[in-house]
Write a protein that binds this ligand. Structure first.
Ligand SMILES: Cc1cc2nc3c(=O)[nH]c(=O)nc-3n(C[C@H](O)[C@H](O)[C@H](O)COP(=O)(O)O)c2cc1C
Length: 396
């Protein structure tokens, strides 16, 4: 697969092309990282985001939704578009099994999509009011039919100015490369990021010093635990798309190109497929020795109850906003959710609550982390992931 390099500066246009990044305490004009868009129709949704034929219709909101972050690129969403509302359904058939036994991560991903829709409303002539379904994700038993997660009420209004985050939607990509550990993040940016979820009962926490190191250990230990848990790692592996043919057929799932591999590692992985055991060992090594070792900052997003459905959607919205804001400010982000996935898994299997306790020591007893991530500055931009067509995610 060939990669097309698109200059973000060119994409954002005169209105806001120059990413302003605040690094090491001083604001400076960053060399704009560039989007990497692999070729193939599975990546077309990234360029049809502002398709003029959708402008001013509710479908423009769905075109924004499908570009959201989501667990393992499962794209677990279905949209019912009505005259004055869009229903967002969890496509529970696209669940991650033992990696997400309570559909908590699925609902985080739906929250990410909902945030993109809320941002796409005003420039397309809609005020958007989000009403999430109440209750706990633990009560959702269905795995064979869509489950309503939220309704977005749309009120027509004259098209208004877009939130600056809106223009970052097609440029936001998870960045799994090595970061520059020597370049810390600007404290003003971090302070603003901490406030992102404030009004929705969600907290963004950045961990530094000893707390950062404890989170790093939990992330490494959780990765080991997942590799050792046969059902978990199998449920994770089945979403990986190793070849162009698989990407074209499925238009979803993690790809080699987006895995953060060096040029040589990527070439080797494409030429010489390895055993599952070798690839799991490589994932652990990459998490520990590259992704965590080079991350100046680790973070958590927490809610009062990590299984509450509205709180989970609010936490997903918060992550999407954080990532869009980071994209505009030259900050690279990657979720690292293994510890929280292990909290769910220990609960599901009755194997105790060791990971829940380790993470609670970092958040305090009043908050429950539902999302972990690393942040930093990276010389390379993240690589786009495949997306399904609009027609695949619309329901009658
Ligand atoms: C709830 C959730 C959990 C995620 N967990 C991880 C993770 O543990 N490791 C990782 O590399 N990416 C993780 N991601 C990122 C997704 O893999 C990514 O959003 C998806 O593949 C689509 O790619 P994109 O974000 O570049 O569009 C997570 C995203 C979400 C929303």
């Amino acid at each position: 697969m060939t990669d097309t390099w698109i200059s973000r500066r060119a994409c954002l246009g005169a209105g806001g092309g120059l990413a302003v990044v605040a690094v090491g305490g001083t604001l400076c004009a960053a060399p704009a990282p560039r989007d990497r868009l692999p070729s193939g129709d599975a990546f077309a949704p990234w360029t049809s985001f502002d398709d003029p034929s959708l402008a001013g219709t509710p479908f423009a909101l769905v075109a924004a939704a499908v570009l959201a972050a989501n667990p393992h690129d499962t794209q677990p969403w279905l949209f019912h578009v009505g005259d004055d509302a869009i229903d967002v359904h969890a496509d529970v058939s696209r669940n991650l099994g033992a990696m997400d036994p309570y559909l908590r991560e699925m609902h985080l991903g739906l929250g990410c999509a909902i945030e993109n829709m809320a941002l796409a409303g005003p420039p397309n002539g809609y005020a958007v009011r989000v009403a999430p379904v109440a209750g706990s994700v633990i009560g959702i038993e269905a795995r064979d039919r869509p489950v309503l997660a939220a309704t977005l009420a749309l009120s027509p209004q004259p098209p208004g100015a877009a939130d600056p985050l809106h223009r970052a939607i097609p440029h936001r990509h998870t960045n799994r490369y090595a970061y520059d550990r020597a370049r810390g993040l600007d404290t003003n940016w971090m302070d603003a990021a901490r406030r992102l979820g404030e009004t929705d009962g969600v907290r963004v926490m950045f961990l530094e010093g000893a707390a950062r190191d404890r989170l790093e250990s939990a992330m490494i230990d959780a990765t080991r635990s997942i590799v050792a848990d046969a059902p978990m790692i199998a449920d994770s592996d089945r979403w990986f798309r190793m070849t162009d043919a698989e990407i074209d057929a499925h238009r979803d799932g993690p790809t080699l190109a987006a895995a953060g591999l060096s040029f040589l590692q990527l070439a080797f992985a494409r030429l010489f497929p390895v055993s599952a055991q070798t690839s799991h060992a490589a994932w652990l090594a990459q998490t520990r020795d590259t992704q965590l070792a080079t991350a100046p900052v680790l973070g958590l997003i927490a809610a009062r109850d990590r299984y509450d459905r509205p709180a989970t959607i609010a936490a997903g919205r918060c992550w999407q906003r954080l990532h869009l804001d980071a994209t505009l400010n030259g900050v690279a982000l990657q979720p690292i959710n293994q510890p929280i996935e292990m909290i769910d898994r220990e609960r599901q299997t009755g194997r105790g609550d060791a990971f829940a306790q380790r993470i609670a020591e970092l958040t305090g007893p009043d908050w429950q982390a539902t999302f972990g991530f690393r942040a930093g500055v990276c010389a390379r931009g993240g690589v786009a992931s495949p997306r399904r067509r609009l027609a695949d995610v619309l329901v009658a």
